[in-house]
Design a protein around this ligand. Structure first.
Ligand code: 0RA
Length: 645
């Protein structure tokens, strides 16, 4: 591809007069201060050259019917970008009297579509949009090939200056441009192309401009990859959520335009707590956010609140969802195509155009509202997740407040309901949390007061089925229990301050008892987790039956065990079977003997797995979904029936 250097075309010989001098001065300025144009001359600056060239091809995707881009990292260190766009114009540029191709590659900022004849959205990459002339100026050599009007045109440059005139070098059956360039080692600290940097950008562009195929080849290693996403942003969001558990399968897609601004968004919630919202303007990642992001956020908050209220998912007297609530587990991509984006901020990646906020807010509000109306099941799932986030936030706030209050009253006396033990050695002390006042009374009589403390809970007050964590925290008896334990809760939990080494939950073996256990365990899991993790929480196992034979009584914890005992005793003895419906049916001595005496009792140590399960069950019990709750209660009712045989 030797290009003849024609006589009489050397720089400064007066062929283009003043224009030529200006052009050379421009290219010189770029070479003198490359940082001004591409940020730096390290690996970032180097890849900036590639971004600039491929952005031009992407402009052709947006404006000129380009469907395919091929990026090649060549073995000689050069990189080429091939596209099937319209091809850089080759007709004579009126101002310079030279082919437009040459002007585009030599005049600073001529890269922006001069003349402005292109149709549709005229977008120019704000950040990278320094023009291919900058790439040319910073390349040891650059070869541009254009397929247009049935011809293949070629022009070669060295450090920005034409090596010769643009020439027709053959026929062409399609249209498009190929830019191949070797970054100048005199300018760059490194000229090594990074496969990951190149392909990451290509994939991102393929996501942001659904329908274009971008192939990348690396001749140095024979690696290649091809990106094509018909779904565009939808595929982008699916990709971002690939490792997550999504809570609705259909991705929300939104698209609309106003005032020459095209707004597209895709949203899908996962069951996690992180917010991952990525925003782009003209394919530039606006990492610092800006007006478009705040418009998007307002729309999200407003729509989900409106939906929640309209559908009774939050009550009239309840506070609304905050921005944080609606963004928990939200994965989204927001992409704008617009004219004259204003980039601000530290890294010039913050959109400043004030009118954009309202445009985005109204388009996203409309799209999201429509999606929720058309997909009520998905809408409900999403809003429920946000409502849960709100409740968790509220509970956490209460927990903090509570701890603060507790700290203020640190020296205050222990709760009146607590029957404390006399020992002050936590290692031997036990706190019994007992369901019901009457069982609490029996336990107080039956206990060994030296090391056993009793704290009765009035089960009814808790109203387990409807109670939420915030209510539970504000429950006086739960607070007494926290004070009795001495550890505090939440962030300020301190296991070393525990006044008892064992916390023992003693409830009836029925549905209510199971509910209270679930609730307490969920509470410990969420606010006193180390207590569970380190094995300090236990469940007392009161017997289901007492089998009396003669003066002896045997206590039995299951139906299977009962059968065994009966078989062993045989039928000849005079046997009386007593079934305990609740703790309250036992007298103090029996309770001590069966459930509290360390020599004879059975305790079950709770594990973190139990707590996680309880937390899940709690979710089912508290959740709005009627079906799982009904199933759960039925199952438990069956268990209880079995016990009743
Ligand atoms: C100037 C004007 C037009 C297109 C381009 C430049 C252009 C530049 C590059 C760089 C890589 N690929 C490219 N493809 C096109 C508009 C052309 C028209 O209106 O016909």
């Amino acid at each position: 591809m030797a290009v003849q250097k024609k006589e009489g075309q050397a720089a400064g010989d007066g062929v283009y007069g003043a224009n030529q001098i200006q052009i050379l001065e421009g290219l010189e300025a770029v070479r003198k201060r490359p940082g001004m144009y591409i940020g730096s001359t390290d690996t970032h600056g180097l890849h900036h050259l590639f971004f600039e060239v491929i952005d031009n091809s992407i402009d052709e995707v947006l404006n000129g019917g380009c469907t395919r881009i091929i990026v090649t990292i060549h073995s000689d260190g050069s990189l080429s970008v091939w596209d099937n766009g319209r091809g850089i114009p080759v007709d004579i540029h009126p101002k310079t009297g030279r082919p437009a191709l040459e002007a585009v590659l030599t005049i600073l900022h001529a890269g922006g579509k001069f003349g402005g004849t292109a149709s549709g959205y005229k977008v120019s990459g704000g950040l990278h949009g320094v023009g291919v002339s900058v790439v040319n100026a910073l390349s040891e050599w650059l070869v541009a090939e254009v397929r247009r009007d049935g011809h293949l045109y070629r022009q070669r440059f060295s450090r920005g200056r034409p090596d010769g005139d643009m020439e027709v070098v053959g026929p062409a059956s399609d249209t498009g441009t190929t830019i191949r360039f070797l970054p100048d080692a005199q300018i760059f600290e490194t000229t090594e192309w990074n496969w990951d940097t190149v392909t990451h950008r290509c994939r991102e562009l393929a996501f942001l401009n659904g329908g274009v195929r971008i192939d990348v080849k690396d001749e140095r290693s024979d690696k290649d990859v091809s990106y094509y996403f018909q779904g565009g942003l939808q595929a982008f969001v699916e990709h971002l959520n690939k490792t997550k558990e999504v809570i609705h399968s259909r991705v929300i897609t939104i698209s609309g335009h106003a005032d020459q601004t095209l707004v597209e968004a895709a949203i899908q919630y996962n069951d996690g707590y992180l917010e991952s919202i990525y925003t782009f303007v003209n394919n530039i990642n606006t990492a610092e956010g800006g007006t478009h992001l705040s418009g998007f956020r307002s729309a999200l908050t407003r729509c989900l609140n409106d939906y929640a209220r309209k559908n009774g998912l939050i009550k009239e007297n309840e506070e609304g969802l905050t921005g944080d609530d609606v963004r928990e587990g939200c994965t989204a991509v927001l992409s704008l195509k617009m004219v004259n984006p204003q980039f601000e901020g530290q890294t010039k990646t913050k959109l400043g155009n004030s009118e954009t906020r309202g445009i985005v807010e109204s388009i996203v509000t409309q799209g999201l509202t429509q999606f929720m109306e058309e997909n009520p099941a998905e809408a409900r799932t999403i809003v429920e997740k946000c409502v849960n986030a709100a409740r968790a936030r509220e509970a956490a706030r209460k927990a903090r407040e509570l701890t603060r209050r507790k700290t203020a009253l640190e020296s205050a006396s222990l709760p009146g309901k607590l029957a404390d033990c006399t020992s002050r050695n936590p290692d031997e002390c036990e706190l019994y949390i007992v369901e019901g006042e009457s069982a609490g009374g029996t336990a107080k009589q039956g206990r060994d007061r030296r090391f056993q403390a009793i704290m009765p809970l009035r089960g009814k007050i808790l109203n387990v089925e409807k109670a939420r964590m915030d209510k539970i925290l504000s429950n006086a008896e739960i607070r007494s229990m926290i004070t009795a334990m001495g550890t505090g809760v939440g962030d300020e939990f301190d296991l070393s301050k525990a006044r008892y080494g064992k916390l023992i939950i003693m409830t009836d073996a029925d549905v209510d008892g199971a509910h209270i256990r679930t609730l307490l365990l969920t509470f410990f899991y969420r606010y006193m987790r180390p207590l569970v993790e380190q094995g300090h929480v236990f469940i007392a196992m009161p017997p289901l039956y007492g089998v009396k034979h003669g003066k002896q009584i045997e206590y039995v914890h299951s139906d299977k065990e009962l059968e065994e005992v009966l078989n062993r005793l045989g039928k000849n003895k005079n046997i009386q079977i007593q079934r305990y419906k609740g703790l309250g049916e036992m007298d103090a001595e029996q309770l001590w003997e069966t459930t509290m005496n360390p020599e004879t009792r059975t305790l079950r140590r709770l594990t973190l797995a139990d707590a996680v399960l309880a937390d899940e069950i709690f979710g089912i019990l508290m959740g709005e979904k009627v079906e799982p709750r009904r199933e759960f209660i039925e199952e438990h009712a069956r268990e209880v029936q079995n016990l009743d045989v």
